[in-house]
Design a protein around this ligand. Structure first.
Ligand SMILES: [Cu+2]
Length: 275
């Protein structure tokens, strides 16, 4: 029983090391590997911070466990009370400040590329305007072959919760909110950006592989927040163009279908069968 507390405190760093080692392979930290080049850099930053935290956590617990282990064997030794050490205070103030300063400078490039419009990758194309509202994502595309304008155009195309983008190149959306604050969240692509009423925020991303990705709201925006869920379809250029053309055809469809004529009608009225 004497060694209970030293063992107790040594147990946690061992558990922590095991978790840190197996967690990435088990996808405990992220919903699978990053599906965008910038997402991979964001993951690397996360793991860098995780290593710093792990080393600190394990180090302090090992030190604590060691002191307790030694303490139970030296029962006769009188406890030493410290009333503070100026040097130690300076050391453990400067060390974390230095680490934080290092992290803030080290991540600056990724942050600027992600958030600062002038640092977006060259050739980033605006593909759609995404307007969040309680509780859906309204999407406005330009007509096929046209550019996305800041104001709605008569030939714009509209969908809800269905964002199609080409993959393999950087694209951007104009993010808006119609009512309250929402957050545009693509977990697999590591993109998260608040949608703020009154503001139009450009968000860029690049899907590195074709596929279907989650689009969720990451801001508790009301009773129906849980169902504010859309999909992002990353497809090749021709697939994306084809999608816009299909959307356009659907949108321009006036509801009148060509009737099928019977042989008798053709004989009587001379109408040729359109089939
Ligand atoms: Cu929301």
């Amino acid at each position: 029983m004497n060694k209970f507390w030293p063992i107790f405190f040594m147990f946690w760093p061992i558990l922590a090391i095991v978790s840190f080692v197996i967690a990435p392979g088990m996808d405990w930290w992220f919903p699978g590997p990053a599906m965008s080049p910038l997402g991979e850099q964001i993951d690397n930053l996360f793991y860098l911070i995780l290593v710093i935290v792990a080393v600190t956590f394990v180090g302090t617990h090992v030190a604590l466990g060691y002191v307790l282990w030694r303490g139970v064997d030296n029962k006769d030794q009188k406890a030493w009370f410290s009333h503070g050490s100026h040097n130690l205070e300076i050391l453990w103030s400067i060390a974390p400040a230095g680490i934080l300063m290092f992290i803030s400078l080290y991540q600056l490039d990724v942050w600027m590329e992600f958030r600062v419009k002038t640092h977006f990758p060259e050739g980033t194309t605006p593909v759609a305007e995404v307007t969040a509202r309680q509780f859906e994502w309204r999407i406005r595309y330009p007509a096929p072959g046209k550019k996305l304008m800041t104001t709605p155009q008569s030939d714009d195309l509209y969908t809800v919760n269905d964002l199609h983008v080409p993959f393999g190149r950087p694209v951007s959306i104009r993010l808006r909110s119609m009512d309250v604050q929402h957050a545009f969240f693509l977990p697999e692509l590591r993109v998260k950006q608040d949608a703020v009423p009154g503001a139009v925020i450009p968000v860029w991303f690049e899907a590195s592989k074709p596929g279907e990705y989650d689009l969720t709201c990451a801001e508790l925006c009301g009773w129906g927040h849980y169902k504010m869920r859309g999909r992002v379809f990353a497809e090749n250029e021709s697939g994306f163009e084809q999608y816009l053309e299909t959307l356009q055809a659907e949108q321009n469809f006036d509801g009148v279908t060509q009737p099928e004529h019977t042989g008798a009608q053709i004989a009587e009225y001379g109408i040729e069968d359109s089939q």
